[in-house]
Design a protein around this ligand. Structure first.
Ligand code: UD1
Ligand code: CA
Length: 456
């Protein structure tokens, strides 16, 4: 196969987004629009990916990274042809150049591969679409007899007759580099918008008898662009519906496919059940029979088989073992590893901690920077005091420890194997194993004491 160059046009300001953020940095499914396009382009294993930037270009460069990307600054946006002229010095002498748009995020790999095949390594190939309302798009002009494509005419330059054409230019096209190098310098801006139209190369191809082939995307939404927040929201819903359908096809049970958001990659094994309004970010893996209750948010989380996550839990950068019970209302923060059969109950916050087999913190606790052994029971209201105002310290709780309710463990501290801590203790020193430790003052009662009464 011939060498492939990809040029992604991303210089536009996107005024209609009503935002100071460059258009291509607005997010769809948690990722910038441009990143969707770059990632799809990468799957084609191209020789080069050139990105033409303009408005907010520096910001775009900082957020979309990779050694495989060539950045091209287009100071003034004088048209799509002008954008390609800026990229021209970066393009190979031969091979093919695929032109993509940074604001058309959902273009599919299959569709692009199909387009590449139609070009047969030497033709121009256009991705076209037949739409009900062609308003605003460039129209595909074909020879009435041979049906061969002879030109693309922009809306503003089109005759009334041409405006009635429903086959439109999606903008995505493939051009052999030898022709592109020859044709780009020939482009002029003698048109209604005084822009250098890339689309004018099609008429030149026609005049030089270079065949122009075409193909269509599998789904119309693949070629839909984002110009405003409404279109962005529409594409987001389309994308989420697609993700939900994929999950359903894989056998995942979704309480409502319209109420799940996947902003990254969600990988599910068999018989996974997901209730309504869950959000999955980054890479989330759910093993066999995992259940996720309503309104949970999971970001970069791995969950092993048979674990249940109850409603309203927020879990980030965490590994969870088999047969665990998490939530409702659990907050598990980055750096946490839970072994099998661990219970983390309501209003328990765990941060950067390891909790071993069968240990439980069922109610109202904070466990931070801790190493918790096996078969430990952490009573309600227990707090690891890991921060002294300047530094974080570690708490070690060894196997078979029982910590009574409302205990403070002042880190650094170690609770030795088999320790029992009496409820309401403030533990400041390491405890001996297999002993009861408590710091409670003796209970006293004052029988003469009277409750204060309201003064008149
Ligand atoms: C372009 C096509 C039109 C097609 C339509 C599909 C041309 C002349 N017309 O029209 O046939 O139907 O897209 O949406 O190509 N851009 C730059 N630098 C520039 C100009 C544009 O990077 O100087 C980028 C924009 O950021 C955008 C893309 O190119 O991502 C398309 O530009 P836009 O101005 O939207 O082109 P249209 O007039 O819509
Ligand atoms: Ca456009």
């Amino acid at each position: 196969m011939s060498k492939l160059n990809v040029v992604i046009l991303a210089a536009g300001a996107g005024k209609r987004m009503q935002s100071s953020l460059p258009k291509v940095l607005h997010t769809l499914a948690g990722n910038p629009l441009l990143l969707h396009v770059v990632n799809t382009a990468r799957l084609l294993l191209p020789h080069k990916i050139c990105i033409v930037i303009g408005h907010g270009g520096e910001m775009v460069k900082q957020l979309i990274t990779g050694d495989d990307l060539d950045w091209i600054m287009q100071e003034q946006q004088l048209g799509t042809g002008h954008a390609l002229m800026q990229a021209q010095p970066h393009l190979d002498k031969d091979g093919l150049t695929l032109i993509l748009y940074g604001d058309v995020p959902l273009i599919n790999l299959d569709t692009l591969q199909k387009l590449i095949i139609t070009a047969q390594g030497k033709y121009c190939a256009l991705l076209t679409a037949v739409v009900e309302d062609p308003d605003g798009y460039g129209r595909i002009v074909r020879d009435p007899e041979t049906k061969a494509i002879t030109a693309i005419v922009e809306q503003k330059d089109a005759s009334t007759e041409q405006q009635s054409i429903h086959e439109i230019n999606t903008g995505i096209m493939l051009v052999p580099n030898i022709h592109l190098h020859e044709w780009l310098p020939k482009l002029e801006n003698k048109n209604a918008q005084h822009e250098y139209y890339l689309t004018d190369i099609i008429a030149i191809a026609g005049r030089q008898n270079v065949p122009v082939t075409s193909s269509q995307s599998t789904n119309l939404w693949e070629v839909m662009g984002v110009n405003n927040k409404r279109q962005l929201a529409e594409l987001e819903r389309i994308y989420q519906k697609e993700q939900a359908n994929k999950l359903l096809d894989q056998g995942v049970s979704l309480a409502d496919p319209a109420r799940i958001d996947v902003r990254g990659e969600l990988v599910c094994e068999a018989d996974v059940k997901i209730d309504v309004n869950c959000v999955f970010e980054g890479i989330v893996r759910l093993s066999d029979r995992v259940q996720v209750g309503a309104n949970c948010i999971l970001k970069n989380v791995t969950v092993a088989a048979d674990t249940t996550i109850s409603p309203y839990s927020l879990i980030e950068d965490t590994e969870i073992g088999e047969n665990c019970k998490i939530g409702p209302y659990a907050r598990i923060r980055p750096g946490t590893r839970l072994s099998n059969k661990v219970h983390i109950g309501n209003f328990v916050e765990v941060k950067n901690s390891r909790i071993a087999l069968g240990s439980k913190a069922n109610h109202l606790s904070y466990i931070g920077d801790s190493i918790v052994g096996e078969n430990v029971n952490i009573g309600a209201g227990t707090i690891t005091c890991n921060y002294d105002g300047a530094n974080k310290h570690q708490t070690i709780i060894e196997d078979d420890v029982f910590i009574g309710s409302d205990t403070q463990l002042i880190a650094p501290v170690k609770i030795a194997k088999g320790s029992t801590i009496g409820a309401g203790s403030t533990i400041t020193r390491d405890t001996p194993g297999d002993a009861l430790t408590l710091t409670r003052v003796k209970q006293v009662s004052f029988s003469e004491w009277k409750r204060p009464t309201k003064s008149k």
